[in-house]
Design a protein around this ligand. Structure first.
Ligand SMILES: Cc1cc2nc3c(=O)[nH]c(=O)nc-3n(C[C@H](O)[C@H](O)[C@H](O)COP(=O)(O)O)c2cc1C
Length: 198
């Protein structure tokens, strides 16, 4: 395992991508509800660098409202093809506007329209009278914005980095089950590391 856990994650992700891991660009984002219950959901994992783990989250969604209310969040990464798990703890930092715009430009038409739907029709995760109601709403937005390239960036889309302060890394050893597990804690000069019982 590398001494820098972020470099270890980048290496594992590159290997997982080579192995065509279907979840190489997915993570599980964990929050805590207002009543203190854990909540988790899969979301797209964007780029990872020294600023942290890039995520796009709609401000009208329950996950955003939860993390805004109490600041509690973590990420779970698991790439089965390379037998790697990372539990990432830290806090959210805002993403630069230019980078959010770049991610917006990579989104497909329907995905852009859905972000607008959250804003002008119904927030994410709210109940709908029917599936048709959703499709009709998206259709109305498509008439307003028929050209994918001209859909304006939805004002409620937030770009954030989860800046890691603690990473629990697990390298699976399927043959002997004696997995390599290490807890990395950020220090002023890098990362400290403790080996954990797997
Ligand atoms: C593979 C996968 C990727 C997903 N990616 C996203 C995503 O990038 N953004 C998002 O808001 N929801 C994504 N979802 C849906 C979320 O898991 C979740 O249903 C939704 O964000 C609502 O969560 P909330 O009610 O906790 O806010 C994805 C689901 C799956 C299965």
């Amino acid at each position: 395992m590398l001494a820098d856990p972020v470099a270890d994650i980048l290496a594992a992700r590159a290997q997982a991508r080579q192995s065509r891991d279907p979840y190489v660009d997915v993570c599980v984002f964990v929050t805590v509800s207002v009543s203190g219950a854990p909540e988790m959901r899969a979301i797209a994992l964007r780029d990872i660098d020294t600023r942290g783990f890039g995520l796009l989250i709609n401000a009208n969604s329950p996950k955003w409202q939860q993390v805004s209310a109490n600041g509690q969040c973590s990420l779970h990464l698991f790439w089965a093809t390379v037998q790697r798990q990372y539990r990432v703890y830290g806090h959210l930092e805002p993403m630069e506007a230019e980078r959010l715009q770049q991610y917006w430009e990579r989104k497909g038409h329907a995905s852009r329209l859905l972000e607008h739907y959250y804003e002008v029709m119904q927030p994410q995760s709210q109940p709908l009278p029917s599936r048709e109601a959703l499709l009709e709403g998206i259709d109305a937005l498509k008439q307003r914005y028929p050209d994918a390239d001209r859909v304006p960036l939805a004002a409620s889309l937030r770009g954030v980095y989860l800046y890691p302060t603690r990473i629990d890394a697990w390298h699976g050893s399927p043959l002997d089950r004696l997995h390599d597990r290490r807890l990395f804690t950020r220090t002023d000069v890098g990362w400290s590391c403790e080996i954990l019982v797997p």
